[in-house]
Design a protein around this ligand. Structure first.
Ligand SMILES: *Cc1c(COP(=O)(O)O)cnc(C)c1O
Length: 214
């Protein structure tokens, strides 16, 4: 079933008119190692996790596969070392202190940690992310960090306004020639995000089924 779902998602991606390369991240929070393994067997290599301890257990259990792990959940600053040591990408950086710690804690003999800034694109009080008017300064401050590579932005727009918000996020990305990545689009709004320039889509439910919690 996971294999069929992955195929369906890929044909949904192909059916959207787009010129950028789009990478599918399977969001595997709350999913078992066995479920992830069946996605791997179907050719899926990029996985997104929200909770550190749960993720570390799975990364360890699946270490014989060459997988790409994305941290997409809220980051407490006392968790940054393990994130810096175990992930390839971090999508949810929204404090400069966290970027600084990830930079200090990324082992220098690893490839640079790929980092995205989470942007609260619709300025919603309940959502994480920096505000639009903070983006330029945040990007500038990341220039100093040698062990991380700032790649772009992640956002979770208000569903009422997602088309506008996705296109605004893409416009902001285009203002920074050093950045190339937009992580946007989940099961419910993937096509719209791709139409508007998403390069990473984060899909959980439509691959693994409905989650019983969170
Ligand atoms: C859970 C989660 C997803 C996946 O959401 P679905 O609706 O299940 O596709 C994507 N991004 C983030 C940040 C998430 O927490």
């Amino acid at each position: 079933m996971i294999k069929d779902n992955l195929e369906k998602i890929k044909s949904r991606i192909d059916s959207v008119d787009h010129s950028q390369q789009v990478t599918l991240i399977a969001v595997s929070k709350t999913r078992s190692v066995l479920e992830i393994q069946s996605a791997v067997d179907a050719g899926q290599y990029n996985f997104g996790e929200n909770y550190l301890q749960e993720a570390l257990d799975k990364i360890e259990a699946l270490k014989n596969n060459t997988l790409v792990w994305h941290f997409i959940g809220p980051i407490q600053s006392n968790k940054t070392a393990k994130i810096a040591e175990n992930f390839d990408w971090v999508h949810s950086v929204d404090r400069i202190k966290v970027a600084k710690r990830l930079n200090e804690q990324r082992p220098p003999d690893f490839s640079k940690l790929n980092v995205l800034i989470q942007v609260n694109i619709d300025n919603e009080p309940t959502k994480s992310g920096i505000l639009l008017n903070e983006v330029t300064e945040f990007v500038r401050q990341c220039d100093d960090f040698e062990n991380i590579r700032l790649r772009g932005f992640m956002c979770i727009p208000n569903p009422q306004n997602s088309s506008n918000s996705f296109s605004l996020m893409a416009k902001i990305l285009s203002e920074f020639s050093s950045l190339d990545t937009l992580s946007m689009g989940m099961s419910g709004d993937m096509e719209l995000a791709i139409e508007n320039g998403a390069t990473l889509v984060r899909i959980g439910t439509d691959i693994f089924g409905k989650r019983s919690y969170v």
